[in-house]
Design a protein. Structure first.
Length: 179
């Protein structure tokens, strides 16, 4: 946002001021985007998605959007999709309410008739930390978040090589009334 403010000032002589309203949960950002009529942006690593376009607009995508499946170290790295499905039986899936991966997990469970529960974390970035304290758990996490935690040595999880999801991209959320 600071770069955007500077760009507007330098190129269009517009002085933009803004006020941060931090939300505790990702789902709260989505709720705010549904309720706000104008003068707001949603900055939360928002995946551009058809179902979200019903209540918000998006900036052009600024980064590719991949979600990778990660698991606790006690779930082996699968050599086939069939092995992965066996390994996930009876495990606990972790996700953040309001994210696209919740639908993916439900679809994975239903289509493959796998028994697992879904528990919710406050934010996607928290997922790696929660997985580090669990056993027999898994979840989807954005590829950049996974790689940043891997670089810091915080990603003590197994990245599964199957069921990676690719979405339209990440964008800034805007109210439907925004130009």
């Amino acid at each position: 946002m600071d770069g955007f403010r500077q760009y507007l000032h330098e190129h269009y002589d517009i002085n933009l001021s803004y006020r941060w309203k931090e939300e505790e949960r990702f789902n709260d950002v989505l709720t705010r985007m549904k309720e706000e009529k104008d003068n707001c942006f949603g900055l939360a690593g928002l995946s551009v998605a058809k179902e979200r376009r019903a209540f918000m607009k998006f900036s052009p995508s600024y980064i590719a959007d991949y979600a990778v499946l990660v698991s606790t170290p006690d779930i082996p790295i699968a050599r086939s999709k069939e092995d992965l499905i066996k390994y996930l039986e009876g495990a606990t899936a972790l996700a953040t309410k309001g994210t696209l991966v919740v639908k993916e997990l439900i679809q994975l469970r239903d289509e493959n008739k796998i028994q697992f529960n879904i528990e919710y974390t406050k934010a996607s970035e928290e997922l790696i930390n929660v997985l580090n304290t669990r056993r027999k758990s898994f979840g989807y996490i954005s590829l950049p978040v996974y790689l940043m935690n891997l670089d810091k040595g915080a990603a003590k999880v197994n990245r599964q090589n199957y069921l990676t999801k690719r979405y339209e991209g990440r964008g800034i959320g805007l109210p439907k009334t925004s130009d």
